[in-house]
Design a protein around this ligand. Sequence first.
Ligand code: GDP
Ligand code: ZN
Length: 456
Amino acid sequence: GSAMLDQDTISALATPPGRGGVGIIRLSGKRSGEIARAMLGFAPEPRRAHYAPFLGGDGEVLDEGIALWFPAPHSFTGEDVLELQGHGGPVIMDWLLERTVTLGARLARPGEFSERAFLNDKLDLAQAEAIADLIEASSRAAAENALHSLQGEFSTRVQTLVQRLIELRVYVEAAIDFPEEEIDFLGDGRVAQRLSAVCESLAEVRASAAQGALMREGMSVVIAGRPNAGKSSLLNALTEQETAIVTDIAGTTRDVLREHIHLDGMPLHVIDTAGLRDTPDAVERIGVARAWSEIERADRVLLMVDSRESDAVDPMAIWPEFVARLPDPSKLTLVRNKIDESGESAEPDFSAMPPVIRLSATTGAGVESLKAHLKEVMGYQATSEGRFSARRRHLEALDRAGQALTHGVEQLAGAGAGELLAEDLRAAQDALGDITGEFSADELLGEIFGSFCIGK
Ligand code: GDP
Ligand code: ZN
């Protein structure tokens, strides 16, 4: 890491605020040892549980509990760490925290313990992020993925790519340095072969990371369609709650409604948009504009039609203006609703372009097919094997690396310019370094650790 490590001793409540059986204060930094001696009245032994009174400034007992002492470097942060496990009440925890501050610690910022662990090379950036993901995980699948990342699964795969890029660079740079060599290093096809092998591995890591990001961040699904198609009813059917207002007056859903659900651990952000129609109503027009901005950002767009009104499955025939405005028509799925009244079968057609789902939002027929379809289009895999948590930030870094390599392949195929290829290889390596935080800027670190909770 490039960021400066400050010398303060930091202190924070490591357990959630409020009341609990146990509350833990954690300290990290040089003064932790002297604070331990002041609060315990003796020097604790490394990595042993001491049951002891915790003392105030006049020797009075503030609480009693377990003290754990982890001298540097064998601690989470790599610094001297003291943990005081007391009774988990807000008053007692405040007392203890105040006492540590009086003794020279300062309150930690969010994520500061993890940041120090990163700066002291206890973790790389992807692993530190995995800690936050693990804490925030809202499903077992997400937690499993975060654990895999924390254990280094993602970092190892990135490191392997970096290693191969370095080897390739050495080879290419040798070719540049010895142009008079008889053997044409760059032209003999071996560089091209290795380059394409690295590109392939990168694509594999990208696919796994995309899966991990999906499980962490979820996919957004917009339900679009004309007023009264049954959009709000479908949102209700999916969330199995009465969140959206369902009425038979066209134009009821004026704003955008969101719900978060899980499909086998995959978070899904379902967005019900205002009916898309031209309207003189100013408020409704704002709703329509918001609907469009949601549609433009969505991972999947469900175009919902009332199956009683037409048999069409070609969105161009149903609503050409809508299709024309879609940024990516391949994200479209046609949903034919109200089959309970049209008499249509619930048979989906997954292979049509766009795929067609037939359902009834009110009876629930066909809703399972829609769920299966959503999992399928997002490349959901049931097995947790080889899965790890990843963020959009990581995907962007992998994409930058991929672009640099693609550019490098072109350079090689073109003029065979070794210098330019070497330049691209270095750019790819830098992009990958952003994932593990090898050369990351302070702002990036601040942004990442600032989003952690306090005490982590
Ligand atoms: P939205 O304007 O697209 O959000 O449509 P709503 O969900 O508010 O539904 C409009 C009307 O259609 C309501 O009266 C719903 O009860 C009705 N409706 C929605 N889905 C179905 C369905 O699958 N079958 C039948 N028979 N009626 C439905
Ligand atoms: Zn609605």
